[in-house]
Design a binder for this molecule. Sequence first.
Ligand code: CP
Length: 305
Amino acid sequence: MIKHLLSIEDLNAEQIEDILNRADYYARALYDGRWDRDKLDQKIVLTLFFENSTRTVTSFDIAAKRLGADVVNWNADLSSLSKDESFSDTIDTLSAMKPDCIVIRHSDYGAPKFVADRVKCPVVNAGDSWREHPTQAFLDALTMIQEKGKLKGLNVAICGDVAHSRVANSNARLLTKMGANVRFVAPQMLMPQKLPAEGIECFDSIEEGIKDADVVMMLRIQKERMDRGTIPDEAAYFNNYGLTFERLKHAKPDAIVMHPGPMNRGVEIADDVADDPKRSMMKRQVANGIPTRMAILDMVMSSKK
Ligand code: CP
């Protein structure tokens, strides 16, 4: 049992497996239409998104409601932050209303941990700066297990703007802990200076980096997080690093293509690859956000403090 979910870095392989097993349970239960709809009855989940989101905020909302919880989607733009109330006073104020769980996304490094240290309820990280996005890594791992039957021994190439990607960090940590072989594929300016886990292989050629990959995970260029270097010319970037069917031939014949979204078509991925019903897992990833977040909410809100 875990009290909060703040990072993959905090978790061991057994805890990761427990969460993945519970996510798999909820994926099957949703498919069969049989699960405990009152599991979180009378509980209130407070979502605090200080950064925009389509997938994560909506799937936490739906996941909580599927388990019978009420959800309060707090809106930073309409809050008293605009009247210069500080972040810590805002958190103390919201905590005084006694939510049963806080789900937070913030652009500042370590904000979810800062909140977890101040409040009495469980806190779930829904995106922490460029550092971690643990629930995304869990839904991605669930998708890989559904398609490939395992994580151990899989060759997973994570390609694109790895330097600014919390998804790359969390995925690399989870996958290496579970025995997968992780590669980062990026031009030098988009490769992180410090790798998030041991054993990651780095490539600046996409053809070499995706060779014999079971999973090719593409990432968008995160212009909002770029504080060094220049933004590459998008057409040139696509020519050198965009995933096309021609390039995908370097991966295994049954390799799947993943993308956490939002995607930029014609920049990191070609339309026909993104829309391929057999190879592209993007819609499945989005769907898996619901059982994965049900599992995580169930786990943190059911755990004895
Ligand atoms: N993958 C992901 O975090 O998407 P959103 O920014 O839409 O939540």
